[in-house]
Design a protein around this ligand. Structure first.
Ligand code: ZN
Length: 495
């Protein structure tokens, strides 16, 4: 080691999907964050600085992919090109800039009438789906031999389809009628460019050729013999081109990695040149193991060299040489809270947030061990926010702001009661509670939500992490497009 080595400032960025909520009558007028017992999140808010964030812009409810682009510093109004490419890359299909991709379903077509009788050939397609995808992968288009077609199984009846080749446009409509018992559609150009018209022709031939291969496949002969729906068409929708953007590292001078078991988020990360890490047992739904994600991020942020284990890079190696060794920006994505919002599961959202809080304490402990033993080589920061609100009352994404907080790990350690308290934290994995565990009734909940009274460590007077307290934070209300700037500024100021 050299005598003088620059201190490495690294951020653990925890993105809680669908975090924000509204005052819930059932919770005595509190938001789920206010009702939850979340001492670690409160400690970050207390130790650091806070604000309320509009993920894209004031009054806009948005999808997760749009919001993530905005937060990571890529204006979705400039860069967003549909979710097809994110889904396909997340499913493990490599894409180069200019390639197009679709979100796709195996479905059942009545060949005589051209009607899609069932948009889902079979929900349980885990065995047959990969076989049919393998039969389609690498297929040739007779009139357009210059194109390469890649097909990869995703989940249930879904697969990713990527077309690679010259002069493709993402601006075409799909073949999916979106409802059962409607005619299979033809892809059409959505603008007047030569590329869009040409791409529509390519995709219509692709759709016919896919059906030709599927109809004669033994898997389908067997399905028909067993009286099951034939999977004789792949519906293509959400056409998207791989976005061409400066990689995250180049834009922000922070070498990024991500733990995101949700395919669309992983695909979005890959599109921005972010390495995707594998975390065993982390599934992106209720059964997810948060501890496993915390360990993966802590390992990546403490890696002394670029060779971080478990890096998953589908297809070509997109590894970029680092500004420094290891990763500087560890993105930990948590999906279960958004699911609770969509399911209108109020108590599950509260209990889920408490589980996330526990995992954040584990993450804090893991990183503090590295920082305190690194002789000043590493300095860590914890940052937590959401990508949009998914209020349990609405069961859908909404435009309400989300709280944002960031602090130095050192100050977090103080706010949770010092190093000794932190080191007692168990690193045993624990499951998220299930909806059934959460019980039905929130009666009596108000009284026993005991909040740790944490001392404010400067920055602002906020000492709790929730939508109401964050409004008093020194960052005020800011658009998500400014978030990376806030994070980088905070790192700079904390010398
Ligand atoms: Zn989301």
């Amino acid at each position: 080691m050299e005598a003088h080595q620059e201190r490495r400032k690294r951020v653990a960025f925890v993105l809680i999907d669908g975090l924000g909520d509204i005052s819930i009558p059932k919770l005595g007028g509190k938001t789920p964050l206010q009702a939850a017992n979340i001492p670690s999140l409160d400690a970050i808010a207390s130790a650091g600085i806070n604000g309320l964030m509009d993920p894209v812009e004031v009054g806009l409810g948005c999808g997760s992919d749009t919001a993530h682009l905005s937060l990571l510093g890529y204006d979705p109004r400039v860069y967003y090109r549909g979710r097809g490419a994110f889904e396909s890359m997340g499913a493990g299909l490599a894409m180069s800039p200019g390639d197009i991709a679709f979100k796709s379903n195996f479905a059942t077509l009545d060949e005589k009438s051209g009607t899609v009788v069932s948009r889902r050939a079979d929900r349980h397609f885990e065995e047959e789906g990969p076989i049919l995808c393998a039969a389609l992968d690498g297929m040739k288009l007779p009139s357009f031999p210059e194109y390469e077609v890649r097909v990869r199984y995703a989940t249930e009846h879904r697969c990713g389809v990527v077309v690679k080749g010259p002069k493709l446009s993402g601006n075409i409509s799909g073949t999916d009628p979106l409802k059962d018992n409607r005619l299979l559609l033809e892809a059409k150009a959505l603008d007047n460019t030569e590329e869009a018209h040409h791409t529509a022709k390519v995709i219509n031939e692709l759709s016919r050729e896919i059906s030709r291969i599927l109809v004669s496949h033994p898997v389908n002969a067997k399905r028909v013999a067993e009286g099951k729906n034939i999977a004789n068409v792949v519906l293509l929708r959400g056409c998207g081109i791989r976005i061409e953007v400066p990689p995250f590292q180049k834009k922000h001078c922070l070498r990024p990695c991500m733990v995101a078991p949700t395919k669309i988020i992983a695909g979005l990360g890959l599109s921005l040149g972010i390495d995707i890490l594998e975390a065993p047992g982390a599934t992106g739904d209720y059964r997810t193991l948060l501890t496993s994600k915390a360990i993966a991020i802590a390992n990546a942020l403490s890696a002394p060299s670029n060779k971080c284990p478990n890096v998953f890079v589908p297809g070509e190696d997109e590894h970029k040489p680092g500004r420094s060794d290891g990763y500087d920006f560890g993105f930990l994505h948590i999906k279960a809270i958004d699911d609770a919002g969509h399911d209108k599961a109020t108590l599950f959202k509260v209990r889920g947030l408490e589980a996330v809080d526990k995992a954040i304490l584990q993450l804090g402990k893991l990183l503090w061990k590295v920082e305190s033993e690194s002789s000043g080589m590493f300095e860590y920061f914890l940052c937590v926010t959401g990508d949009h609100s998914t209020p349990v009352e609405y069961g859908d994404h909404s435009f309400e702001t989300v709280p944002f907080t960031i602090c130095r790990l050192r100050d977090f350690v103080g706010a949770v009661g010092g190093e000794n308290a932190l080191l007692k934290t168990s690193l045993d994995p624990f499951p998220l509670p299930t909806v059934a565990d959460s019980g039905e009734d929130m009666a009596g909940e108000e009284g026993n939500s005991v909040r740790r009274q944490v001392e404010a460590f400067g920055g602002d007077s906020v000492s709790e992490f929730n939508e109401i307290a964050a409004a008093r934070g020194c960052l005020g209300r800011f658009p998500g497009g400014e978030m990376m700037g806030v994070i980088k500024k905070f790192l700079e100021l904390n010398v």
